[in-house]
Each structure stands twice: as structure tokens, then as C-alpha cells.
Design a protein around this ligand. Structure first.
Ligand code: MOS
Length: 724
């Protein structure tokens, strides 16, 4: 039986806080943690499938043009080689950036250096890799493909454009004004588990074990790419070693493994190399951002301008949504916002962790620091003065808003000194020491979701959905929600995820996963409670179970009397989406030291305070925040994709050359979770959490660098050569 909830109004009567199990929000360890640390949790490439052949992708070595011929005979005689798959469907993959986009690339055409064009299949991985290196491919190359975003025409993304009042006039009349331009480099998702798939074809049905974030959408994508019926395809992704956007859509390894398995009639595994993932999957676009801020004598914004240039391949619809939270974060009645896309022939730009705010907020919050200095106002105070009452562009109310509390609680816990600030005031040996802060904001996304909950006669429960756990804690929070609602220890709730045989979840992306699928589980559990209440001759809100028993002594198993209750919860965000502006907010504080001689920056201490609705598990939520802070350190100091200006190919395509923060770079960080319920964000009053921790954090470090040594930098990452 399916129960549908379309949310059209805030759910203020939500009773999760009154349930008796008392487990929701608790910092319980991941329920699948033991499987992971003992190596028993199977990742996509790890299934022991009999008679499995191995495939290695071959990638293009031109920037733009066509594949004229692939000389299969050049490798078919090599040891162990079984086949070369060069089916056109291999290159017709959908755009990575957004869900629900049609494939954009023309079959057989090459749009970027590193684009997969064929698959070599052999008995062993080594044989396949060797043959892939020897495959002869003939191209027709089109010279002069543009790879420099500043040298091509721009396409304005008109739905992002805002022209409100007269910003130029506000700037001219302002007591204090800032007009600065920031740049950010491209970023890689670089998930720990590279892309991989094992496809198995039984002559009628295809089963693919793959590493994916959104099975609910990926199954349609794969069926489309293979020109098959969706009900003939099953996708399995029980464990995913990180995605960070790179696995939102299917990629060539999944399509190629499927094509090969169907052609050869035996299972085929394709595992991408780290370099192939870097070069072929997707990038976060580099950005150039002009910020204009106009303020009165007291630092209150009268004008706000944010203009950004990003890039993508011709025809791709995704544009890094740099302005996403600029539309509502700060007041200012005169507004000008514009997002432009440059069309270049570098690999697809798509959603990389916190698309938009991850680079937009560090620019905006850097500019706010410049304004605070010009106006002689404490940076925390400047932000407090500019929190709008409502969305300054649409006039919509906020669903809930904890920026002020985050700023205050964060400043207090960090020991923020609100006295006058000047660079180079503190020195420790050869190190300048400084502090900086920034606001955090990330829009709240929510999505349709389905989940089936079964309460069994023995008093255990089962939760089933094709939702994924990409390392974020989905298994655990769903056991907590069901446990809380049904009055069961979460140990008694088995959560079964990552299989398209189950009801369709929301997928993991855009920080919408927990609130969306959590709401579907909530809806299903509520319906089960109603059934239990009928059996007990009571009303649903009178039911109080803890560890399967009511205080009266009556137990769930007695009420079930040998029966099972199964309900499918179907949650849909309704009109409420248009009635509120919903966002997570927060504040970052950082203390850094900058070496006077080498320009090296070390982060001494970093703190984030966040308000993001109900917290479902304080441990997994905190881990998400720490991950975000770590990304912030990388974005501030080291992470940068470097492309060859001649042909647009990615030069630093592994974790030795693309520098993410390592253990030594990440200090002990503090996370404050500001208590909040958001009844308009979701029926469980939770908002997105995952990505907020990196939306602005880089600016806290940049502003601390300035405070430490006086180097006001406008280009991320702030490597030693720039600091000196
Ligand atoms: Mo996230 S970049 O939407 O996985």
C-alpha cells in the first residue's frame, strides 16, 4: 500500500520530537561501519562474478574533431584480447552536470581531449590495458578549438539575471564601496573510489553493479543510452566510495561495460584509472567574478552586484550556479547579478561538491572583508547588519534563518576579537599570525522520494529504497528515523539501499538526500503507526513505543499478532517550494599562520557554526561539516585544475599533482550545530547539510591571510607564490 504526502504548507505539528525512542539526532556510529572497515562492504568493482572479462577505455588524443577509424586488428591478435567495442552509443552519454538533460555530444565526434571513444576487452586487466595503449585510432582534427574562456563569446544565462534599481548610482553615492574581481580555478571531485562497473547480461535482462549517486535517474539514463526498456535494466550501488557530483550521472564505464556484456554474452568489468576519472568525467568550472558592494556610513548595503563568467562545452546546459546564494544572502535594494558561460573545448563542466556556492561564496565573502576594512566595521558586525528580513529579490519569507545565531555562537566559541583589525599585528617567530571569518550559505534542495517500510511480525523493520549512501550516513539516519517512529532500537531496523528493484528514492546529490528520503520513510512509518493504532483501538498520536513496548506493557509484536505491515511512503515537495526561500546558513572562523620567508600558509584552527534544520545524527552531520571544512582548506590553498593552453588537456590528473589537503594540512576543527527545526524545508523539518561546510570557508582563510601578513589576494588558491 502506498501513502502519498505532497507538502504544501509548513509542518509545524511534526511529532518527531515527542517520540519515545529518543534516538533521532543521536550520534550513533554508522550501522555499516564494521562492514566498511573490515573490507566486507562490496564496492562496484569488487563483486566476485564468474567468468568476468576486463575492459579498459581508450580516450581521445585530440581536442576537437572526429574519429575516422579504429583499427581493431591492431590489437585483436594481442594476448588475451577478446574484443574492441566502438559502438556509437559509447560516446552518447548524457550531460554530467544536471539530471534530466538529453545527450548533447554527437556520436563519433570528439569534443575534448580525454573523451572515451572505445573499450578494449581482454581476459585480464593487464592485457586489456596493454592492448588499449596499442589501439590504432585515426582522427580528423579540427584545428583551433577554443580552450580559453576569456577569449570566446559569452552566453548570458538569462534566468540568473537581476537588474533591480540602479547599482551604478548606488556605487557612486555610497559612503563605502568595493569593486573587486576574484578568480577561482577548476576543481575535481576526486572521489576515493574511481568510477567502475560490472555488467551482466542474461540474454534478456541487464544487471549493472556500478558506483553511482542517483539510481532513480541513472536507470533511465542507462536505458536511454542503450536504447533499451527500463524494466530490462537493474542497477546496484550498495556502497559508493564518494561521488561529490562526479557520479550524479552515468559515465562511459557503465555504458561500455553494458555494451560489451551484451555483445560478448559474458560479464564485463570496467574500472577507470585515476587519470581517466580526472580527465574524462567532469570538472568544476573555473570562474571570474566581479563583486560590487555599495554601503552607507554604517556599513548597510545599498547596492549589491555579482557578475560571473564560467565555462562549459558547446551545447551543455549546466552552468556553475555561482550566484545561487548571492540572490538572497545580503540586503541591498539596488542589485545587478549576471552569469555568463564561455563555450570551450575542455571536458564537461558539471556539479562538483556544492556547485555554485563552493566558489561563489568565497568571492563574495572576500569582498565583504574588504568592505569591513574600508568601513572600519568588525566583519562579524558587518554581516549582522546586512541580514535581510526577507529575500531581497523576490520578497519571499525565509523558511528559517540562523545566520545571526551562527555568527554570534561561532564568534564566541572561537574567541573572535571584535576590536580594530590591522594586518601584521601578531608574529610568532618567522610566522605572521592572523584571523578571518566568513558567512556560509547553501540553498536547501528537496526532491520527490519513495521508500518502503515493512514492520515484521517479529518486531523488526526493513527499509527499502534505491537511495544511495555515498559515505554520508544514509543507512544510519534511515534506521534512526524508522526506529524513532516505530519505537524500535535502530539495531532492529535493517536498511537496504542502492538497488533499483526497490522504490525510487531521491538519489544522493545537492544535499537533498537525507531530508527527501527521510521524509518518505517518515510518511511510511506514520502509516504503519496508524495501522498499529487501529489494532490497539487508540489514535495514532496516543501510541508511545520504546524498544517495541508501550508503557502499558502492550508490545508491537502482540499488536501484529503474527502479521506484517508494509507501507510505501511517497513524499513530494508541493507548492511550498514556491512560498519560501530555504537555505542553510553558517559562519566560519579561521586562524592561520603565514611564513614570512616562504609564503606558506598553515591553518592553525578552524571553526564552523551551522544552522541547517533538524540534525538526524550529530556524528554523521559533524563528519559532513568536517569534510566541508577540509574542502574549504583545499579551495583556499591548494586545489586547482591546470589545463594545457594549447589543447585544453588536463595536466594534473592524479592526487599527486592535484593537491587536496592531507592529514598534516587539516588542524583539529570545531563544529557547532545551532539547534533548529525548519517546518517548511521538509516534513521531518530537516534541511540539506552535506555541502554547506565548504560554502564560504575558503574566504575565512583568505581573510585571515590578509589579517596575518597584509597580502590582499583575489585569486584562489592562495599558493605561496601569490602570498609573497
Ligand atoms: Mo553533489 S555535487 O550534487 O553530489
Amino acid at each position: 500500500m502506498s501513502v502519498h504526502l505532497k507538502q504544501d504548507k509548513p509542518d509545524t505539528a511534526n511529532r518527531l520530537d515527542d517520540m519515545k525512542q529518543g534516538v533521532l539526532g543521536e550520534a550513533i556510529p554508522r550501522v555499516e561501519g564494521l562492514l566498511k572497515v573490515t573490507g566486507e562492504a562490496p564496492y562496484a568493482a569488487e563483486y566476485a562474478i564468474e567468468n568476468c572479462a576486463e575492459g579498459v577505455l581508450v580516450t581521445a588524443t585530440i581536442t576537437r574533431g572526429e574519429v575516422i577509424s579504429i583499427d581493431k586488428d591492431s590489437v585483436l591478435e594481442m594476448p588475451g584480447v577478446i574484443a574492441v567495442i566502438d559502438d556509437e552509443r559509447l560516446t552518447t552519454r548524457a550531460a554530467q552536470g544536471t539530471a534530466n538533460e538529453a545527450p548533447q555530444q554527437k556520436p563519433r565526434s570528439v569534443c575534448y581531449w580525454g573523451q572515451p571513444i572505445a573499450l578494449v576487452v581482454a581476459e585480464t586487466f593487464e592485457e586489456a590495458r596493454d592492448a588499449a595503449k596499442h589501439l590504432k585510432v585515426e582522427y580528423r582534427e579540427e584545428e583551433g578549438a577554443p580552450v580559453d574562456p576569456s577569449a570566446v563569446e559569452r552566453e548570458e544565462q538569462e534566468d540568473e539575471t537581476v537588474n533591480q534599481g540602479d547599482l551604478a548610482h548606488a556605487m557612486a553615492k555610497a559612503a563605502h564601496s568595493v569593486d573587486v574581481t576574484y578568480t577561482t580555478k577548476g576543481h575535481a571531485s576526486a572521489a576515493m573510489e574511481p568510477h567502475a562497473a560490472i555488467a551482466d547480461w542474461d540474454g534478456e535482462r541487464l544487471t549493472v553493479r556500478a558506483s553511482l549517486q542517483m539510481l532513480n535517474y541513472n536507470i533511465s539514463e542507462l536505458a536511454d543510452a542503450l536504447e533499451m526498456e527500463e524494466d530490462k535494466v537493474r542497477l546496484i550501488s550498495r556502497f559508493v566510495g564518494g561521488g561529490f557530483g562526479s557520479k550524479l550521472g552515468i559515465s562511459e564505464e557503465t555504458v561500455a561495460a553494458s555494451l560489451a556484456a551484451m555483445e560478448l554474452g559474458r560479464p564485463v568489468r570496467v574500472v577507470m584509472s585515476r587519470q581517466q576519472v580526472f580527465q574524462g568525467i567532469m570538472r568544476r568550472s573555473e570562474t571570474t567574478q566581479r563583486l560590487r558592494l555599495a554601503a552607507d556610513e554604517d556599513g548597510r548595503l545599498t547596492g549589491f552586484g555579482h557578475e560571473a563568467l564560467v565555462s562549459n562545452l558547446p551545447g551543455e546546459t549546466f552552468a556553475e550556479p555561482v550566484l545561487q546564494s548571492s540572490h538572497f544572502l545580503y540586503a541591498g535594494e539596488n542589485r545587478e547579478l549576471r552569469l555568463n558561460v564561455a563555450r570551450i573545448h575542455q571536458m564537461t563542466a558539471g556539479s562538483v561538491r556544492a556547485p555554485g556556492e563552493a566558489v561563489g561564496m568565497p568571492a563574495l565573502e572576500g569582498a565583504m572583508d574588504v568592505l569591513a576594512e574600508k568601513a572600519g566595521i568588525d566583519p562579524v558586525e558587518l554581516r549582522l547588519r546586512n541580514i535581510p528580513e526577507e529575500n531581497p529579490e523576490e520578497g519571499l519569507p525565509f523558511s528559517s534563518h540562523k545566520l545571526a545565531e551562527c555568527l554570534r555562537q561561532g564568534a564566541e566559541a572561537f574567541g573572535w576579537d571584535s576590536g580594530p583589525r590591522k594586518p601584521r599585528q601578531s608574529q610568532d617567530g618567522e610566522w605572521w599570525v592572523g584571523t578571518g571569518m566568513a558567512s556560509a550559505a547553501r540553498v536547501h534542495n528537496i526532491s520527490e522520494a519513495k521508500a518502503r517500510v515493512t514492520l515484521k511480525a517479529d518486531g523488526t523493520a526493513l527499509v527499502e529504497t534505491d537511495m544511495t549512501d555515498i559515505g554520508t550516513g544514509t543507512y544510519t539516519i534511515l534506521a534512526q528515523i524508522a526506529g524513532e517512529m516505530l519505537g524500535l532500537d535502530p539495531q532492529k531496523v535493517l536498511v537496504d539501499l542502492g538497488d533499483t528493484a526497490h522504490p525510487r528514492g531521491p538519489g544522493s546529490g545537492g544535499s537533498w538526500g537525507a531530508a527527501s528520503v527521510g521524509s518518505a520513510v517518515f510518511v511510511a512509518c506514520k502509516a504503519i503507526r496508524e495501522d498499529l493504532a487501529k489494532r490497539a483501538g487508540a489514535s495514532e498520536d496516543e501510541l508511545e513505543f520504546r524498544d517495541g513496548k508501550a508503557a502499558s506493557g502492550q508490545s508491537i509484536t502482540e499488536l501484529l499478532d503474527g502479521e506484517t505491515i508494509a507501507r510505501e511512503g511517497h513524499y513530494e515537495p508541493g507548492d511550498i517550494k514556491d512560498d519560501f526561500t530555504a537555505s542553510g546558513f553558517g559562519a566560519f572562523f579561521a586562524k592561520v599562520r603565514v611564513n614570512r620567508f616562504t609564503g606558506e600558509t598553515r591553518v592553525d584552527n578552524m571553526l564552523g557554526a551551522f544552522g541547517f534544520g533538524r540534525v538526524l545524527n550529530r556524528k554523521t552531520a559533524r563528519s559532513q561539516c568536517l569534510g566541508g571544512i577540509t574542502w574549504s582548506i583545499g579551495a583556499a590553498l591548494t586545489e586547482a585544475l591546470e589545463f594545457d593552453p594549447r589543447d585544453g588537456h588536463l595536466v594534473n590528473c592524479d592526487l599527486a599533482e592535484y593537491h587536496v589537503p592531507v592529514h598534516r594540512d587539516v588542524p583539529d576543527c570545531d563544529v557547532i550545530m545551532v539547534e533548529e527545526r525548519d517546518p517548511a524545508a521538509s516534513p521531518i523539518q530537516a534541511k540539506g547539510i552535506g555541502e554547506l561546510g565548504m560554502c564560504g570557508g575558503a574566504a575565512a582563510i583568505a581573510n585571515a591571510i590578509y589579517n596575518a601578513c597584509g597580502a590582499r589576494l583575489f585569486d584562489y588558491p592562495m599558493t605561496p607564490d601569490r602570498v609573497l
